[in-house]
Design a protein around this ligand. Structure first.
Ligand code: F6P
Length: 363
């Protein structure tokens, strides 16, 4: 029998389970493959005792409907920069990639499928260079990978954000308030821009277009007549003003990332300081955007990615990542997959259409 190992790394994302099921179902059709999963990304391989589970059909049946990942995940165990807490509480990062490669070789898998975002695919690339037969599958609600036209999880996040936004519109209108809703996306404004168009926001603030606070105050005042009116703002967690700064929360111990979140409160203060008279309320949507049932679109994209990933294994086409390009499921090299992030282009049809709809980006 041949053996394949699947793992999910980085933040979770709706659709991960659909990829796992897609790989497993396609592999079972071959009759000579066994499917295994490493628990909590590569920790399942690195830890002693190891945590590797056999993905039987019983384990994967019907999981495409479920959010999260049955294999668990972590964004604090990058094997190339593995965090080790020191006796004084500080954290030192060490490279455990050679240890991981040795352990993977000992386990004798014929292929490894790493489902993850940018950080995870950088790990895939290093493992491939060190002789592991790896295939990558892109995931992230942020949609910030340039090698694929879309990542699964993104559509679900936009739907959740839009549903929340719709609820804020009715309460903004009733109270003549300015509502600020903060969405995720790290340094990319995809979730924010899509939500702003879908929800009909007056203002959309994204990292790619720094905003002038006075332009926002002007836009808000124009919406009020004798103190009556309302404004709904979508702000991406990575958005920044042209003048002044916005501070992000420091990263958690063991995490390589600065933790974003809270710009809605900072924007609220900036607006008040700049003379905005309207009452303002803030909502930080947070992790609800990543939780729960994947949309039908994401289930399809994730399932298709899973099947394609296994087909690349059958072709022995390793060192590649599955991608969606012009409505075709293709594969790109891991080198290409990790080359550059995908940001919202301020001159794109998306931003131009939003502006055509009267949405201000504060530029
Ligand atoms: O990358 C996905 C994402 O959800 C970002 O949008 C967000 O900034 C980050 O992960 C949050 O990470 P954590 O789950 O560690 O708080």
């Amino acid at each position: 029998m041949k053996k394949i190992l699947i793992l999910t790394g980085g933040g979770d994302c709706p659709g991960l389970n659909a990829v796992i099921r897609g790989i497993a179902k396609r592999a079972r059709k071959e009759k000579n493959w066994e499917v295994y999963g490493s628990i909590e990304a590569f920790n399942g391989v690195l830890n002693e005792p190891q945590e590797i589970v056999k993905l039987t059909s019983k384990r994967t049946a019907g999981i495409h409907v479920r959010g999260g990942t049955i294999l668990k995940t972590t964004n604090k165990s990058n094997p190339i920069k593995f965090p080790i807490t020191q006796p004084d509480g500080s954290v030192k990062f060490i490279d455990r990639s050679d240890e991981l490669v040795e352990k993977l070789k000992k386990l004798d898998f014929d292929a490894v499928i790493n489902i993850g975002g940018d950080g995870s695919q950088k790990i895939s690339k290093v493992l491939y260079q060190k002789g592991i037969p790896v295939i990558g599958v892109p995931k992230t609600i942020d949609n910030d990978l340039s090698a694929t036209d879309m990542t699964f999880g993104f559509q679900t996040a936009v739907q959740i954000a839009t549903d929340s936004f719709d609820k804020l519109v009715t309460t903004a209108e009733s109270h003549h308030r300015v509502m600020i809703m903060e969405v995720m996306g790290r340094d990319a404004g995809w979730i924010a821009a899509h939500t702003a168009i879908a929800g009909g926001a007056e203002i959309c603030l994204i990292p790619e277009i720094p905003y002038h606070i006075h332009k926002l105050v002007e836009r808000i005042q124009n919406r009020y007549v004798k103190g009556r009116g309302f404004v709904n703002i979508v702000i991406a967690e990575g958005a920044k003003p042209k003048e002044g700064t916005i501070t992000s929360t420091a990263g958690e111990k063991g995490s390589e990332h600065v933790r974003l979140g809270g710009v809605a409160y900072q924007l609220s203060k900036q607006l008040k300081d700049a003379g905005c008279k309207a009452e303002i309320r803030e909502t930080v949507l947070g992790h609800v955007q990543r939780g729960g049932t994947p949309s039908a679109f994401d289930r399809v994209l994730a399932s298709v990615f899973g099947v394609k990933a296994f087909e690349l294994v059958l072709e022995k086409n390793f060192g590649r990542m599955v991608a969606l390009k012009n409505n075709q499921v293709v594969s790109v090299t891991l080198e290409e997959a990790t080359r550059e992030p995908n940001f919202v282009n301020p001159n794109s049809y998306l931003v131009q259409a939003a502006k055509g709809l009267g949405i201000s980006f504060g530029d």
